[in-house]
Design a protein around this ligand. Structure first.
Ligand code: MN
Length: 228
């Protein structure tokens, strides 16, 4: 096979303690999946089915790399999230089988240009410029589900410059991971290498250059990035 130019490299995440890496296919993100966060964004958490948006795989920031403050925004927010990484996929996956498709878990940040997202919401336009920009998906190393199990409760938090900004518990997810996978697989063909960012707890707020963001999910891991 020849190409007219060098194809882009495979995007991948480290797996904790292993040499082989996890090749990333797509990044799906779930919106408003913690009641307190849905409320802080002005929505009723009880009425909505899950909804999804996505980020290109090459927006990942790995190895604790810096987060460069993006252009065209004065209001970039942090959203700390549990990331589920699929080791296999399919269409119309049954809820009861969903967890068997999860390879492992990590901790991610769904960085958001809130002003552009807000404008898009108002105009009925897509969220891509608010959500899918360069470096918008810092992510930790993965841990295998075989090693840590499938977390369904535990603290999720984000500190900015040592002060706790976001805090929640996985037990408060409105849509559980099996429910998300089952529903998502009715909309898209899920594949090995897909990441699902599972939504953020309350406390989202703006970042500025120089901020150090350190967050984690109990039993899964931690993530650190600096806004530059
Ligand atoms: Mn999010």
């Amino acid at each position: 096979m020849t190409y007219v130019f060098e194809p882009p490299p495979v995007i991948s995440l480290w797996i904790e303690g292993e040499a082989a890496r996890f090749p990333v296919h797509r990044i799906y993100c779930v919106g408003r999946n913690y009641a307190e966060h849905a409320r802080e964004m002005g929505h009723d958490p009880n009425r909505e089915p899950p909804f999804f948006f996505s980020k290109p795989a090459d927006t990942l920031v790995i190895d604790g790399g810096d987060f460069p403050y993006p252009g065209q925004s004065q209001d970039v927010h942090h959203e700390i999230e549990l990331v589920a990484a699929l080791g296999s996929g399919g269409d119309n996956i049954a809820e009861a089988d969903a967890l068997s498709h999860v390879f492992g878990y990590g901790v991610g940040l769904d960085m958001t240009r809130r002003d552009l997202q807000g404008e898009a919401k108002k105009m009925g336009r897509p969220w891509d410029t608010g959500k899918g920009f360069e470096h918008s998906a810092p992510c930790s190393n993965l841990k295998r589900a075989a090693q840590i199990g499938h977390p369904s409760s535990g603290r999720i938090w984000l500190d900015v410059n040592g002060q706790t900004r976001q805090q929640g518990d996985l037990a408060d997810l409105i849509w559980s991971i099996p429910e998300m996978i089952a529903y998502l697989s009715t909309l898209f063909t899920l594949r090995a290498g897909d990441l699902i960012m599972t939504g953020t707890p309350a406390g989202v707020a703006a970042v500025k250059r120089g901020d150090v963001l350190e967050g984690g999910v109990e039993g899964v891991g931690t993530l650190r990035t600096r806004v530059v």
